[in-house]
Design a protein around this ligand. Sequence first.
Ligand code: FAD
Length: 504
Amino acid sequence: MIAYLDPQQNQTPNPPSVAGDGPGIGTETEPSITTASSDFGGIIHAVPAAVIHPKSVTDVASAIRLAGTQHLSVAARGNGHSISGQSLSDGGLVLNMRSLDAKMELVTLPNGRYCADVSGGALWEEVLEWCVKNYNMAPLSWTDYLGLTVGGTLSNGGVSGQAFRHGPQVANVVQMEVVTGDGECRVCSPVDSSDLFYALLGGFGQFGIITRAHIPLQPAPRMVRWIRVVYDKFEEYTADAERLATRTGPDMFDYVEGFAFVNSSDPVNGWPTVPFPSGPSFDAGLIPVGSGPVLYCLEVAVHYNYQRNDKVDEKVDDMLRPLNNIRGLEFIVDVSYVDFLSRVKHVEKEARANGSWESPHPWLNLFIASSDILDFDRHVFKHILKHGIGGPMLVYPMLRRKWDRRMSVALPESEIFYLVALLRFPRPYPEGPPIDEVLAQNHEIVNCCRSNGYDFKLYLPRYETKSDWAEHFGDGWSRFVRRKADYDPMAILAPGQKIFSRAA
Ligand code: FAD
């Protein structure tokens, strides 16, 4: 039986026990508890007392108030795509945000721009489909993979190849409805309750549960020209990537990303990961003699509409000409805008088919200052990871000025910094390496960043101790602590992040 939190019942002075099977807060079927005990990372497990399936903001508020009286913690679970137990609640409540009312509406702002008013539990792929189908519009900033929830990525950052231009997803929201840790429902924006608004952005769910969000839209282009070019020298790769990311005016790409790959024929880590399926294959004979163990692929894209004034061929030729990539190793494909944004879907299908979607994912995500990225390449890509990781090794730049300093997110100080995402898809042991070995390699990489004094931060972090969290936030720590006291004084929310302890 899937039961729903009944707000009427929870207004009674003696709410039913969370673990009981009386009316009101629902007891759960075993699969629901089982699913909520783990996440995509598959490394940390914690069994909640109950999983609640709220339909409305009132249900969310009732659950939080109930948890307040029962000395329980509450974790919002978006789509459970965290890596290190961030959406778990050991012995507490898990709110399945996917069960919230999924209705979406178009909103016109006073400046005439449009927004989508969407549920915090909506997947980005659902937002894309609704916006394009109904209005031929779309949000500006995305994640690579769209099976993530709006509330989940707004609580973290939400980055992809549009971030250099439009900012991350946390810079592309203009209003949120939220239930704070005291059970109050509030609406916040950059002008109303602005401290709460910025606290929530990258706030790891510590200050409130986002139930709705207004996401600005732009006209959706019809087509995308998607291009990959290859480099053997990392300094040339980063120089081009940074030039593209900082360029202004009409010659900007709409998307700039990139990845490191192994200089070998390895089908998972090497040359075959670069070409598009329907296009030419990788001619390894073009790689300069003496190239290192790792090569780099810059991935860019331009939107267009099949209109005469698009001049996409000319425009792309002009934009590619100054790049210092290896000539002859260019891969180009034209796809629809929706197919481009849904490009990781086929990776999911393949991974599900070979079992690597369900096995543990010891991923590591870092933001590293541009000033340290060459050294990082020398120590990490060319040395520690020279044989690859069994999945993509993303490395691409973004700009500090696109992130508002009032947000909770902790970033390197440098104006240009790189996302390094080690998206490991190891085959289950013993076919693949033992997970402890992979986790040890992640530690080695983080230690390398620390011991070399890099200006870096973990993205999607999870620390065990308060002092590690304080170090992570640096100057922003006292603000983070003050916001917790203001919006969740009993520390009810997001226990899986292990930042604060539930008040007795
Ligand atoms: P969950 O993992 O369920 O929750 C994450 C945290 O947010 C938890 O602490 C939870 O309590 C809290 N939370 C969830 N919903 C809410 C809410 N409504 N209100 C308040 N707090 C909430 N990230 C990128 O930036 N770019 C990418 O391209 C990208 N690609 C990914 C691809 C895959 C295959 C996977 C598994 C992850 C990827 N991520 C990416 C990481 C992703 O942003 C995080 O996993 C993020 O947590 C969102 O996942 P989720 O919606 O399932 O949230």
